[in-house]
Design a protein around this ligand. Structure first.
Ligand SMILES: *[C@@H]1O[C@H](CO)[C@@H](O)[C@H](O)[C@H]1NC(C)=O
Ligand SMILES: *[C@@H]1O[C@H](CO)[C@@H](O)[C@H](O)[C@H]1NC(C)=O
Ligand SMILES: *[C@@H]1O[C@H](CO)[C@@H](O)[C@H](O)[C@H]1NC(C)=O
Ligand SMILES: *[C@@H]1O[C@H](CO)[C@@H](O)[C@H](O)[C@H]1NC(C)=O
Length: 332
């Protein structure tokens, strides 16, 4: 069933010019970051993500879901969403209490931070799977696999203790399983459909070049900035002729506040070898018309200026010289 719907959605979303509009696999997940500052002060941050787009937030004070997009409810009824909200509220209150009760017993020292991601992954091949992973102080701690809690390979004996504790509760296991599979699959598919206009949008990148001194003398760090594009997949390369420059370094793709993306791509090169280098940008919004920015063009702009200004100066000098000569000749 999921497979059939995915095939239909894939045809809908991945068809035509928007081949890269939705990244594969599609995933939806909730991210929880909890700060346990001391015995009495806890704060939970929650967010929902469809791929790289944030769709939901969580208000810790009121214990309610924040719907960030017009389509953030997907096709779920208000009743089902209220049930989920209630479940999350009970979970956060329970977690706060359990953490306070067990912190000293399990040697969790305040302040500490817990991160949890729960969600599902859908492939257009029809493969779909749910997952839950938790981290303590930024390191993998435990995950939920095959209906049971398992400590991460790098975690310590505390993770085993927490898993032993959690594994006693069948109802929690069933709830986590249901949320990360059936509920997540249905919700993600409904969201994809409801948000397709936003998800299929195409925003063209702007690109510009700059340079900075490389640490080594006689070398230059060329920087190609690509900014304001959507969706996220982008190909940027420093090239000479048809040859990709192997020294090209890519930064992380960073988000702008408006949901578009930014990236910088650098090349460390000997100053005398910069001529003929250019930065090429491929993006789905460009419809096959790659952006091409020659480093040399900036140079030739100076040359053009020089070519205009030099003769001008020369002319002025000659004119002045003639004027002077004429005025000498005027003297009898
Ligand atoms: C716990 O942390 C909060 C926030 O930093 C602080 O205001 C509060 O006084 C602390 N309480 C105790 C008992 O240390
Ligand atoms: C956050 O939520 C938890 C659980 O509902 C609650 O105990 C805590 O006081 C809240 N923290 C803040 C800062 O509102
Ligand atoms: C999951 O559990 C079932 C039955 O307990 C077992 O047959 C299967 O091999 C397990 N799968 C994984 C990936 O551990
Ligand atoms: C929402 O859409 C999905 C995918 O089309 C479907 O499986 C589901 O039954 C729909 N409704 C609800 C309430 O989940």
């Amino acid at each position: 069933m999921v497979s059939l719907q995915l095939t239909l959605l894939a045809a809908l979303l991945l068809g035509g010019h928007t081949a890269q509009a939705v990244q594969e696999p599609i995933f939806f997940h909730l991210i929880q970051i909890s700060y346990f500052v001391n015995q009495s002060w806890t704060q939970h941050q929650g967010s929902g993500w469809l791929g790289d787009i944030q769709t939901h937030g969580w208000d810790n004070e009121t214990g309610t879901i924040i719907f960030l997009r017009a389509w953030s409810k997907g096709n779920f009824s208000d009743e089902e969403l209220i049930d989920i909200e209630l479940l999350l509220r009970v979970y956060f209150i329970g977690l706060t209490r359990e953490a306070q009760d067990y912190a000293s017993q399990l040697h969790f020292k305040y302040p500490f931070e817990v991160q949890v991601v729960i969600g599902c992954e859908l492939h257009s091949s029809g493969i779909a799977k749910g997952y839950l992973q938790a981290a303590y102080q930024g390191s993998d701690f435990l995950n939920f696999q095959n209906m049971s809690w398992v400590p991460s390979s790098k975690s310590d004996s505390r993770a085993q203790s927490v898993c032993d504790l959690l594994n006693q509760y069948e109802a929690i296991k069933e709830t986590v399983h249901r949320l990360s599979t059936n509920t997540c699959f249905r919700f993600a598919l409904g969201l994809l459909d409801a948000g397709k206009v936003d998800l299929q949008k195409q925003v063209k990148p702007e690109a510009w070049l700059s340079s900075s001194a490389s640490p080594a003398p006689g070398r230059l760090l060329l920087v190609c900035h690509v900014s304001g594009f959507y969706p996220k997949p982008v190909w940027v390369m420093w090239m000479r002729g048809e040859k990709e420059q192997l020294g090209t370094q890519r930064s992380d793709v960073l988000p702008h506040a408006d949901g578009t993306w930014y990236l910088r791509v650098t090349l460390d090169v000997a100053t005398r070898e910069v001529a003929g280098l250019y930065c090429r940008v491929k993006h789905s919004s460009l419809g096959g018309q790659d952006l091409v920015l020659y480093w040399g063009h900036q140079l030739s702009m100076y040359l053009i200026l020089l070519a205009v200004i030099l003769p001008l100066i020369l002319l002025i000098v000659i004119a002045l010289w003639f004027k002077k000569r004429c005025s000498y000749q005027d003297i009898p």
